[in-house]
Ligand binder design. Sequence first.
Ligand code: MN3
Length: 201
Amino acid sequence: MYVLPSLPYSYGALEPFIEAQIMELHHAKHHQTYVDGLNAALQKHPLLYQKSLLELLSNLDALPEDIRTAVRNHGGGVENHTFFWHSMAAKAGGIPQGPLADSIKQRFGSFDAFKQQFETAARTRFGSGWAWLVVDQKGDLAITSTANQDTPHSVGCVPLLGLDVWEHAYYLQYFNRRQDYISAWWNVVNWNFTQEQFERL
Ligand code: MN3
């Protein structure tokens, strides 16, 4: 059975950039709903509990048809949110260091150019979804976005950094101003986590 993982910090830790009330609802209600939905699906095919969530999400076509959409949505929701919580920290932000910084500069020209492209992906994702920095199938850094709870793992990419742009992630604080939420979010990006994802590839 999947269970809701604890946040690596308190609900108020990311204030003033993300308010405690948003974090609590997002984690205790939304993330919990994805956990429950994933379990409800897998209970119909319990042998699938023997596989890791990443294995399931990386091979959606191999899943029984009656639960494929539920695993895609709820399993993706579980994976994406756990990843997202670790992508953020209190007293974080700044700029990446080391090999990741070098690769960002090489691929995008500069950190600011990367940031701009990432923001565009986040701002222009229509409806609900995510913006990502990934390592793509060719091993190159790339910026992408996905709809709903689709995860880069399902198309053979490895996420390094992800931003939730569902309204539930920001509406209580930023209302319809998605760009303001995106701009504020850079202040809580945990580059140590992103660097670790990159360096272990
Ligand atoms: Mn969310």
